[in-house]
Each structure stands twice: as structure tokens, then as C-alpha cells.
Design a binder for this molecule. Structure first.
Ligand code: GTP
Ligand code: MG
Length: 203
């Protein structure tokens, strides 16, 4: 599929702030600084669409971006939302704040009728951390389809990427899990991810 446009639509911390309509949604979740906002920029090819920062905790609200795509296989255009979430596993906000975070994110993940699947991002340079494993298990328990995206793949050699993909599956305890290596810097994995997204758009 070919992305023809990407634009910011809305930010939300409550259900009544979610955008109206029935466009399908793909959501990005992961530890602070793992590269969620960068991935949204690389998918949309609109630089600066989602705010990126070297300091963890940049994204604080649920942010909706609408992408338009041409789908050659069905000769049609489709629009959909990419949904950026605040990162988890970042201690500075403190315990009380983290509980608030968990609640409004949880509400979104459990209640959005348009959510198609969850992309959980894990930094390819490290094994999944405790918070990643807990999040993954929570998503699975709640019957949310998960695609694991191993980010910052440009930081490792090709061999090391393959080795770490296996390691991520092992640590999460699911040998046949889909794990997609991705580099927002090099746009690696972009067409694979767009292929996955197109399967939910043509259904
Ligand atoms: P929060 O909003 O704080 O939860 O972070 P985030 O997950 O949205 O991460 P963000 O996209 O802001 O990126 C964090 C840092 O990682 C930035 O300095 C990015 O430039 C860097 N980064 C993101 N993706 C990649 C990548 O694919 N390769 C490399 N080398 N750096 C990346
Ligand atoms: Mg972000």
C-alpha cells in the first residue's frame, strides 16, 4: 500500500475526547523512549507529525493520527488511525501518576471498538524487561492481537538482529510469535508493517 497523507487529528485522556467515526485503529505501545513516535513519523513519512525526544516521557496523551492509503490490490483508498500512547516503565512520574496513566490507557485499549491490533515495541538491543513482559501478558490475557516490533534495528548487525528476534520470542515465551525488526532511521520494516496493516484494511 502507498501512504498518501498523514495528519494529526486529536489528543485524548478520556473516552469523550476520542475522534468520532469508525476508522480502524492500529495502536503503538512500549516503554518510554523505545521509538513509538519515531515509528509513526516513519510510517507516515511526515517528519515531525508525532513529537520525538531523547528524553523519556515525551508523549503524555493518547494521540490520533489519520493516514490515507492507496491499496493497489483492491484499487481503492482507505483511511485509518495510528494511535500513539505514552510510554510505560518510566519511573520519574512517580507511583500515583503511573496509576492514572495505567487507567486511561487501559480504558482505551479495552473499550475502543475500532482497535484492530496492538504493536508492542521492544528495543532490539535489550531483552524484554519486566514491564514489557507484564504488558505483553496483559494484552494476551485481554485477547488483544499483538504484533511485536523490535525497534532501533539499525543499531545492530544483521546477524545480531536475527539472534535478538529469537531471544525476544524466547523471553516472552511464545516461539511462533510475530516479531518484526524495525528501523525508523532507515525505514527498515516499513513495507512489512504496511503489509500487515493492509490486511485489516481490506477485510
Ligand atoms: P515516549 O514518547 O517518551 O514514550 O518515547 P517514544 O517511544 O515515542 O520514543 P521517540 O520516538 O520519542 O524516540 C526516542 C529516541 O529514540 C529519540 O532520540 C529517537 O531519535 C530515537 N529513535 C527512535 N527510533 C529509532 C530508530 O529506529 N533508530 C535509532 N537509531 N534511533 C531511534
Ligand atoms: Mg512518544
Amino acid at each position: 500500500i502507498i501512504i498518501t497523507q498523514g495528519k494529526y487529528i486529536a489528543s485524548a485522556v478520556r473516552a469523550d475526547q476520542y475522534p468520532e467515526g469508525d476508522l480502524p485503529e492500529v495502536v503503538f505501545i512500549g516503554r518510554s523512549n523505545v521509538g513509538k513516535s519515531s515509528l509513526i513519523n516513519s510510517l507516515s513519512r511526515v517528519g515531525g507529525l508525532a513529537r520525538v525526544s531523547g528524553t523519556p516521557g515525551k508523549t503524555q496523551t493518547i494521540n490520533f493520527y489519520e493516514l490515507s492509503a492507496k491499496i493497489p490490490s483492491i484499487e481503492e483508498r482507505r483511511s485509518f488511525f495510528l494511535v500513539d500512547l505514552p510510554g510505560y516503565g518510566y519511573a520519574k512520574t512517580g507511583q500515583a501518576n503511573r496509576k492514572v496513566w495505567a487507567k486511561f490507557i487501559e480504558e482505551y485499549l479495552l473499550k475502543s471498538p475500532r482497535l484492530q491490533f496492538v504493536c508492542q515495541l521492544i528495543d532490539i538491543r535489550h531483552d524484554p524487561m519486566k514491564s514489557d513482559i507484564e504488558m505483553f501478558n496483559w494484552l494476551v490475557e485481554n485477547n488483544l492481537p499483538v504484533l511485536i516490533i523490535a525497534t532501533k534495528a539499525d543499531k545492530l548487525s544483521k546477524n545480531a538482529v536475527q539472534k535478538q528476534v529469537k531471544q525476544i520470542k524466547k523471553v516472552l515465551g511464545v516461539p511462533d510469535l510475530d516479531v518484526l525488526p524495525y528501523s525508523s532511521v532507515k525505514s527498515e520494516g516499513r513495507s512489512d508493517l504496511l503489509d500487515v496493516i493492509s490486511t485489516v484494511l481490506v477485510e
